[in-house]
Ligand binder design. Structure first.
Ligand SMILES: Nc1ncnc2c1ncn2[C@@H]1O[C@H](COP(=O)(O)OP(=O)(O)OP(=O)(O)O)[C@@H](O)[C@H]1O
Length: 228
């Protein structure tokens, strides 16, 4: 049976009002992400990286085209339908971890699972397993402020994949870390993607990290193109 992309953006358009007219950011951008692959999105500032990630993550609706998650078209979904699909199938990691400061590492990973309806015991089991995989077994009870920057990002990664999404979207996930820690966190991210079979799209300005991914894409004139 032919595999289908975990995420498929088909001729996606996105424009923003500007003055009397519109600023066309995405002009029919298409990209497919396959299960288990890690794709770098490397594009100059202002070309639409965040816009592409927001549209891919069902945070913004495209003005044209279609976003498919595991083959399911999303244009006709209502807001609760989009939220459900986002919660179940998409994980996000940002440059800054956005962990809840008053909760432990484990609780931060447990919460999205319970929001999705899992019981606490099961959610904790999965949380401990994930944090252990990410090398944080000794840190599960620490609050974010008691963790290093690299550890905080690893917790954010665990939280992003806690609900076993098909797609991981990351915007400069190591941008706030020193080069050595960035390399380490990235290696862990790769191991996680390979072990779970999810598809990852990672926006980065770090060409060294981009070179370690499976493919590199960029945005040119509102279209997604492979990088040379
Ligand atoms: N809600 C909005 N309303 C109007 N213009 C917007 C809006 N969001 C983004 N833009 C504009 O669209 C363009 C692309 O924005 P986007 O945030 O996608 O860029 P980016 O490639 O992610 O840049 P950076 O790397 O600096 O984050 C920019 O010119 C931005 O000013």
């Amino acid at each position: 049976m032919a595999q289908q992309p975990a995420l498929f953006l088909s001729r996606v358009e996105r424009r923003y009002p500007q003055g009397e007219g519109f600023l066309d950011i995405l002009r029919g951008a298409s990209v497919a992400l396959w299960p288990g692959e890690i794709v770098a999105l490397v594009a100059p500032s202002g070309t639409g990286k965040s816009t592409l990630l927001h549209v891919a993550g069902l945070l913004e609706k495209p003005d044209g085209g279609e976003v498919y998650i595991a083959g399911e078209p999303t244009a006709d979904l209502d807001d609760p339908g989009r939220t459900r699909l986002r919660r179940e199938e998409i994980g996000f990691v940002y440059q800054f971890h956005h962990l809840l400061p008053e909760f432990s590492a484990l609780e931060n990973v447990v919460m999205p699972q319970m929001i999705r309806g899992l019981g606490r015991r099961e959610a904790e089991e999965r949380g401990r397993e994930l944090l252990g995989f990410l090398g944080l077994q000794a840190r599960v009870d620490h609050r974010p402020a008691e963790l290093s920057g690299g550890e905080q990002q690893r917790v954010a990664l665990a939280r992003a994949v806690a609900n076993a999404p098909r797609v991981l979207l990351a915007d400069e996930p190591t941008g706030n870390l020193d080069p050595q820690t960035a390399g380490h966190v990235f290696a862990i991210l790769v191991a996680l993607v390979r072990a779970s079979g999810l598809a990852a799209l990672i926006a980065t300005h770090n060409l060294e990290l981009a070179a370690r991914m499976d493919r590199r894409i960029t945005i040119r004139d509102g279209l997604v193109v492979d990088m040379a």
